[in-house]
Design a protein. Structure first.
Length: 147
């Protein structure tokens, strides 16, 4: 690693940071086997692993179609998510294919690692159903199917 100093802050550049790929956490229809997985696949993404967020999020279902996950200060819980790897150049295309109000942010995993992930803007959740008790989109849609 080569240190670079700028205004008394030290940054380290490593081969990992310079990679042309990035990991992204997904938590809704982009997941394996669901209706929008093709948005990842057509952008050369590959599934890496299942994971879990830190217990600092809540999730709402938006118009009965997709989730909006947000970090909260009080009352957060964990969610089952998937980590995908995709070319950094294709990340913006995947985001453009997402519903309005879904955005890119940092997601904290239960092991303390942070990755980029799909999150929802606050306005989306107004007057929408909180589905946090299901701990993930798959559990929610499975319950919905069983009802």
């Amino acid at each position: 690693m080569k240190p670079i100093s700028s205004t008394n802050i030290e940054y380290r550049i490593s081969a990992t940071n310079m990679s042309t790929y990035t990991e992204v956490a997904v938590n809704g229809p982009l997941m394996r086997g669901l209706e929008l997985e093709s948005n990842l696949l057509q952008n050369n993404a590959t599934f890496v692993r299942e994971d879990r967020t830190e217990a600092i999020y809540r999730m709402w279902v938006i118009k009965g179609q997709y989730p909006s996950m947000q970090r909260v200060i009080i009352g957060g819980t964990w969610f089952d998510i998937e980590i995908w790897s995709l070319p950094k150049a294709n990340l913006i295309e995947v985001l453009y294919l997402e519903a309005t109000g879904l955005t890119l942010g940092k997601v904290s995993l239960e092991n303390g690692e942070q990755v980029l992930g799909i999150l929802g803007e606050n306005y989306l959740t107004q007057q929408q159903e909180d589905i946090s008790k299901f701990h993930g989109w798959r559990n929610y849609i499975q319950q919905k199917t069983n009802d």
